[in-house]
Design a protein around this ligand. Structure first.
Ligand SMILES: [Zn+2]
Length: 379
């Protein structure tokens, strides 16, 4: 393993494999003489390539980094950690994310810092000067973090030199990052220069980027895929949130799967098809749901049917306000699970139809007046 002093090593961009360079699996180790030459009596650290086992510590660093920059509220920390861990679990094995961690050599393998790179495809563009092409991938440096007690000891610089040496080996020529105030001088010293990048944060949009909303959060569900979870308690009858609608889906403006638009993210109010936005499209079906959808004119809201505790998954029954839909297997886990979502209100057991009757939308009642009259007058 590459071993470094707490002061890092002399700066030399022309030596990509200077000792600050991290060791990727399979890379040759440094020889003993070199190792001894840079070992001090003061606490030392080593830089090693991150593996899947480091994902918890990488996500902890990411949360701490945004907290340090005052960009993350404490209530949103868990959601960020979970979402980042899911993302890293996919990207790390694919090589789309490269990570390094700094470990103290004094206390057994304690991780004291880390840095990462996201490699992303880019449309070819001219290199500075305009004579050559830049074809990518582009490297985005992120998650550069050092534990407070180890700061000002060259850890961040050693990590960054490992990152840059590795990128040079891979032939990656374009490296970008967002500098925190604390990191700007280091990055300038490493040769980074400010660019003209601008940013638009869509006003008032709970963007699909996964911004936490105060009332709910999205995370892995035991029912299926991602689910919508309560971030605060709700009492029966409480309005959980208004359902976000991206747009109406029409023959002229059909779903665009290449943009991630999916039929199972659609709702069917009053003969229309609408694409539901984030986070509401992640609400899962349950055969005994704790919430339902209430339509108010063109708008829809999730309303609690029962007390919902913070952390509970919020569910609704997809069979309410629908007829002639498709059926598919259900694994909701409710005691009264039908084993299938029937896709049709009128194919639910009669007792369940009667239970849901007050929840039906006025447009559904209008469209199915005869069948509902039979239900209301039935035995
Ligand atoms: Zn079920």
């Amino acid at each position: 393993m590459t071993r470094l002093t707490d002061r890092g090593l002399p700066i030399d961009r022309a030596r990509p494999h200077a000792s600050a360079g991290g060791r990727r699996p399979g890379a040759p180790d440094r020889n003993e003489d070199e190792r001894e030459a840079v070992t001090h009596s003061r606490p030392t650290f080593e830089i090693v390539a991150a593996t899947a086992a480091d994902i918890p510590v990488i996500t902890r660093h990411r949360v701490a980094m945004f907290r340090d920059m005052n960009e993350l509220q404490s209530g949103a920390e868990d959601a960020l950690a979970r979402a980042a861990a899911e993302c890293l679990a996919k990207a790390l094995p694919l090589g789309e994310y490269l990570g390094w961690v700094a470990r103290s050599t004094a206390s057994a393998s304690a991780v004291i810092g880390g840095a990462g790179v996201q490699l992303r495809a880019m449309l070819p563009r001219p290199r500075p000067g305009g004579a050559e092409l830049e074809v990518g991938p582009e490297a985005v440096v992120l998650n550069v973090y050092v534990e407070p007690s180890w700061r000002r000891r060259g850890v961040a610089e050693a990590l960054m030199r490992s990152v840059l040496a590795d990128l040079e080996t891979r032939g990656v020529r374009r490296v970008v990052l967002h500098a925190s105030d604390a990191g700007r001088r280091l990055y300038e010293r490493l040769g980074f220069v400010p660019t003209t990048e601008m940013r638009l944060t869509a006003p008032g949009t709970p963007a699909g980027a996964g911004q936490p909303t105060p009332d709910v959060e999205v995370r892995s569900s035991p029912i299926e895929g991602l689910g919508l979870f309560a971030a605060r308690p709700f009492a029966p009858g409480d309005r959980i949130r208004r359902v976000t609608v991206v747009r109406e889906v029409t023959p002229e403006a059909p779903l665009r799967p290449e943009l991630g638009e999916r039929a199972d993210h659609c709702d069917y109010p009053d003969g229309k098809v609408v694409l539901i936005g984030f986070p509401d499209r992640h609400i899962n079906h349950s055969c005994d749901p704790n919430a339902h959808v209430r339509y108010q004119g063109a708008a829809a809201e999730f309303i609690a049917r029962r007390p919902i505790a913070r952390g509970d998954e919020i569910t609704c029954d997809y069979n309410i306000n629908i007829s002639g839909g498709t059926a598919w297997p259900c694994h909701c886990g409710a005691a009264r699970c039908l084993g299938t979502t029937v896709g049709d209100f009128f194919r639910l057991p009669l007792a369940v139809q009667r239970e849901y009757r007050p929840l039906l939308a006025s447009w559904f009642v209008r469209r199915h007046a005869d069948a509902l009259a039979a239900l209301d007058e039935g035995p």
